[in-house]
Design a protein. Sequence first.
Length: 359
Amino acid sequence: MNNKNYYAILMAGGVGSRFWPVSTTEFPKQFHDMLGTGETLIQRTFSRLSKIIPTENIFILTNERYNDLVLEQLPQAKQRQVVTEPAMRNTAPCILYASLKIQKENPDAVMVVAPSDHWIEDEDAFINNLEQSFNACTEKDILMTLGIKPTFANTGYGYIQYKKVDEDIKEVSQFTEKPNYETAKQFLDAGNYLWNAGIFIWSVKSIVAAFTKFQEEMTALFEKGVAVYNTDQEGDFIQSQYPLAENISIDYAILEKADNVYVLPATFDWNDLGTWGSLYDKLDKTEARNAVVNARVLSEDATGNMIRTSKDKIVVVDGLEDYIIVDKEEVLLIYPKKKEQDIKQVLKKVKDTYGEQYG
């Protein structure tokens, strides 16, 4: 039986531009079946969360332009669960806004804030970690995050340092933004650092109290709307007031300031599916170590490639190694995997040269 006090905020507003040309502003990666499993990333995340959270308590935070896409892909969600932002203001304002809506509906709520586009292998372990965190946040005034045990010195993630104690749930010493390689190696050697996966758990009381303490201006702005939240007047209020909020992440706004932040080292396999290379790592490979989604491939002397096309398209590859080959209606990308971080710049060049409609 799912606990009626359990809630989720599913973060689904990003564009995922490093997955261009599949992920575009009109149709971002969370709405695509990136792994070729028959389910889009947001559908997979929604069904994972609904194993522990009542379906009607899962709120989807997204840009207003994706409202219809969300409802189309998640037929089990109602319009009241789609919380749209009229302007891009990073993660703090939208989390505060959704938290105040939830608090008005259920002051005893405990919630998880989770990205909609991550890949999690062992869903039962994820649910157990979530249950443990919900229990801790129900009992104490703490802000929690799930940290991922690092497997290599990754410079693309933020890190969480925790105090070495015997308990499962550990007090956080500090957050570090994306470090350079040397620093990341030191973190790995130290043994008390985790990757920051952007999965947070807290009671609605604790997070609103933290906003009140550390973000007075933002809290005052959104609390003016409490009377109209969850009513027909909410939309007008948000349209006029939301763009006035500061553009700031939840990490900077709250977590790096608060002294009641704790972390549970996760027991599940996780991948943020941030780039074509990270997708390649997660997919099954052919004998020639090519990862293929949708295509039918004939390869000769071609290894380590990430190949994605429309359904059943025949692709003949000869002499290419470690490339990203992505074919989409009007765009074909053939690009070295080792330069995947530059795809954002490539996308900008394409838009500047051929028009915004290609991004």
